[in-house]
Design a binder for this molecule. Sequence first.
Ligand SMILES: [Zn+2]
Length: 459
Amino acid sequence: MGRIGKIALTGLLAGSALLSVPATAKTVALSHFTLIDGTGRAPVKDSALIIRDGRIAWVGPAARLKTPKGVKVRNLAGKFVMPGLIDSHVHLGLVDGITQDLKYYTRENVERQLHLYAAYGITSVQVLGTDKDEIHDIVKDIRADPAGRARVWTAGRGVVFKGSYGGVAGLDAEVATPAEARAMVDREAAKGADFIKLWVDDEFGSLPERMPPAISAAVIDEAHKQGKQAIAHVFYLDNARELTREGVNGLGHEVRDAPMDAKLLAEMKAKHVWQVAATLSREASFTYDLLPFVDDPFFSRGVTPETIAQLKDPARRKRLTSGPNFPKYPGVLKMAMENFAREAKAGIPYGMGTDSGPSARFPGYFAHWELELMVKAGITPLQALTAATSGNARFMGATNIGTVQASKAADLLVLDKDPTRDIRNTRSIAMVFLNGEAVPTIWQTCTGRPADACRAAAR
Ligand SMILES: [Zn+2]
């Protein structure tokens, strides 16, 4: 945290009404928990850690904890401490309830969603290409002090081929030529984009053309010239192959039309192409006319009663089941899960991401569902947790998050039950620390109702 915190603490500015002691300039000690440190190593029983000024100052065996003077140690016996989760594929500020419109992209709405992510233990998100320019001020603000908001990495506006798939209505992001594509990449990099996003798809053949290779190659090349990684939305196997050839750094979804073959997997591995996000929860959500968890308190606490009523509306359900692509999704989900398993087996590096944020793909809840589906696809719970923490941080180049190690940001998830035994135990959230601050958890949240209205539906 730095100077202001230290000065205030040493009392040099005592009496100043303007400079209160920043909340992060606090020391917290936790002990006797089982540590899941995010690196992928096995859980370590009877661990302890010290948080100072928003960072992890020390972590080790509880027996070696040297309690700082005047600090009360919080006994977390029986609990599990892991790094805050990172969702590598989200979109912010697009909806009010389940109504999607870019007019809802306001600082207030974006920040409300970032608080909700934090409540679910998602302490960082990576936004894939649908941000308004306001995001850069919000990011700057959060980097100075999260104040309960999940940390944000952003692509700014992603690159859409004119008339093709991608982006959101109303956000000008379309290009028609390689020169326009390069200019757009330069513009987004100059605004402060952390990476570059592009879309290559045609919505089950319903759109006239996918982004052609001449454009995607220009986007990727220009991103690299700007020192940025390029993440592509893909659906088709042939596009994944072409993008890999062009040097793409990551895929934002699974290949969902055909099985990934050994040749592609080998080339991805050789070029270190990441499966940034499998978005299995996205594909799974499209297979339902009514999400199966609408009355699960872990979900319903995060949304208003109006949203639940809208999800249950028979007219909406009928509209979904009669959509032309509805019958395709069980197969799409199955293909996505099988391809994810193939990649994991082949040693392709992967993160955890949901594509939540568009209508009816809910911030926070979907990350826990995603972890469950990744395990269902064939990896271990520990592998899923590692992907969602140090894996994502490594891809993002975010050196301050993703593991519970000395000097890292104190972004922590405290759980009542062991998530390495059952991945669904990531929902047993006891506490969330963001930058060393305890923030309200989803179990202390009751969206759109008086606080006591959710009490009946407790854990
Ligand atoms: Zn997306």
